[in-house]
Design a protein around this ligand. Sequence first.
Ligand code: BGC
Length: 744
Amino acid sequence: MKNIAQLILMLSIILLASCQQKKSDPASIIEQKVDSVLKLMTLEEKIGQMVLYTSDWDITGPTLKKGYLEDIKNGHCGNIFNAHTTAYVHKLQKIAVEESRLGIPLLFGYDVIHGHKTIFPISLGESASWDLVAIENGARVAAIEAAASGLNWTFAPMVDISVDPRWGRVSEGAGEDPFLGSRIAEARVRGFQGKDNNLADTLTLLACVKHFAAYGAPQAGRDYNTVDMSQRVFLDTYLPPYKAAIDAGAMSVMTSFNELDGVPASGSKYLLTDLLRGKLGFKGLVVTDHTSINEMVNHGVADNDAEAGLLAVKAGVDMDMQGEVFFKYLKKQVDDGLVEEKLIDEAVRRVLRVKFMLGLFDDPYKYCNEAREKQLVYAPEHLEAALDMAKKSMVLLKNNNNVLPLKKGEKIAVIGELAASTRDLLGSWKAAGDWDFMKSTLDELKLYNGEKNIFFAEGCKTIGNDRSGFTQAMATARKAEKIVLVIGENWDWSGEAASRTNIKIPGVQTELLEKLKALNKPIIVVLMNGRPLDLTRENELADALLETWYAGTMGGKAITQVLYGEYNPSGKLTMTFPMNVGQIPLYYNAKNTGRPIYLPNDKDKYKSKYIDSPNDPLFPFGYGLSYTTFAYSDIKLSSNELAAKGDLKATVRVTNTGKYDGEEVVQLYVRDLVGSVTRPVKELKGFEKIRLKAGESKVVTFTITPDMLAFHRLDMTYGTEPGDYKLFMGGNSRDVKEAGFKLK
Ligand code: BGC
């Protein structure tokens, strides 16, 4: 039987709503229900809805709130994160629903970033697939498994643009480009919230766009560091993916830890109210990042937590993650007249609104079905989707003399600690992913090529300088025809709080590669890492380089299938790989400067260049090889002029000129040659992933419309400027065909 409190609540909602019900569209019915509940709430209960605590399964923070079960019971905590499994969620929800005065159900949040149990490749890896359907499906699978495990809210998608591989959290994003980042942000929101944002479904999750805003640009790549950029760069480069996710219907947003233009995001009225709610029209709830209200004291914009809380609530924060600031100080601040209760009401409305949208008031236990959990977690089709995505995410960076694909039956030496690791394949934010469930790359290679054809030696650890395993690695390699060396970073060398000043392969792994090179056998380097690395030395030594990121639950199998040509690699980089750390930030959509160099060996000293390094990246944005080759025809334009309200078609014929069937990501870039402000030398404006049989060719057509060319002009208005444009098409941002047109 339902408890009395909940019955009273339900009756009041129904009664009040039916008395007031003038319009009958679902949104206004929800508004009326929200008002009905709000009217029943004490100020303390309202503030409780603005509180989010981690359960005792805390993984992120040091400040585990004691006594949170009591807080739920007393209506002082309306939301929980890091709790999952139907049984556990049910237990906590029952306390809220049956033991608190009003029985308002809890939200259950969790960092379901690239899978819940079935783990997909890290987000940066997924982005390298350039496959929006597969990316959406990855988020869908994550939502299905998480919702079946009791959750209703994911702290994803993370959409922070970044051009700095020193920052460990580039692994969680979609790379450096605002256009691609926006398309991926939308795809992930659709995946989490369902195609029509059907939050009421039992297998969708409330999405949370993070970290608002510009968290991806910390100075020197150091996590949580100061962000300072021009308003124009912010609006044109960093804002678009947040906007795209909000336009796609995401109903929650997380603030970021950083300051922007001197104001920490969790206290920024400009960001949270004027821009997010005003300009972008966001209707959902704003949650802070972990204790980021308290951190405003360290930032130096508040004297103490109480003052920081006032800044946050006045800026437009609705929910305090783990900081205990609203919980401790907000009631007194309202009582003392420091903040109006109507501001609190607005925040609570936004929280209740999503709880109604999720259908939690109708059935607070809707996510708690143990049989469904058992059936859906690790469902075969989920593992299949994770395998598919893992293969699509991998980027072939080098393949001299077609050393890849490997041939079945060849004797292979597999070297490297990472080859035998399962934990590392999951990457950071592995949610409920379980590495005991899965197989390592080594296991999968043995399964595929036969135990007798695979010889393994660890060689060295990923981190540290112990060379004692080198001798055995050399002996092992001597027995083989080819060497597969699996090197990179341990999983916790990327992700949050994993910034680096040096982006080379750590430890003595490259030294081991140098030693192995002396054996004169083909060496295939399989890379596992969560950021662009300086691979200059590895590129000199290895015959083939395959970037596999952290490829998830099915990663070992995916690596095996790619190495053996069961899948022809099709991934393309979504972040530039520099030649060295000193070139950072290095990104394709840069400005020309007044002193550009057009040839790497330009002798003129007074040019925008280094005296000790080329300007060029090692591998440019959009780059990735295949076991086959593709040729591009010249570009054909339907017209050399684009009318202010017209469109023009750009076509190119792409031919598979090699021996394998394969996929190619055809990329479209433009350049605005003269503007009222300086414009990037290239900007991605479209892409299409096509599949071509060996020998086959296809015409790819892009439609260019003026709105694709809009930017923030000198006077900060958003729009286009007439004039000459260049248009480029190709398989990466460097090797392109070129045409020109005029915007009238
Ligand atoms: C991270 C967020 C994450 C939150 C909750 C923070 O440290 O910055 O991305 O969602 O923890 O786990």
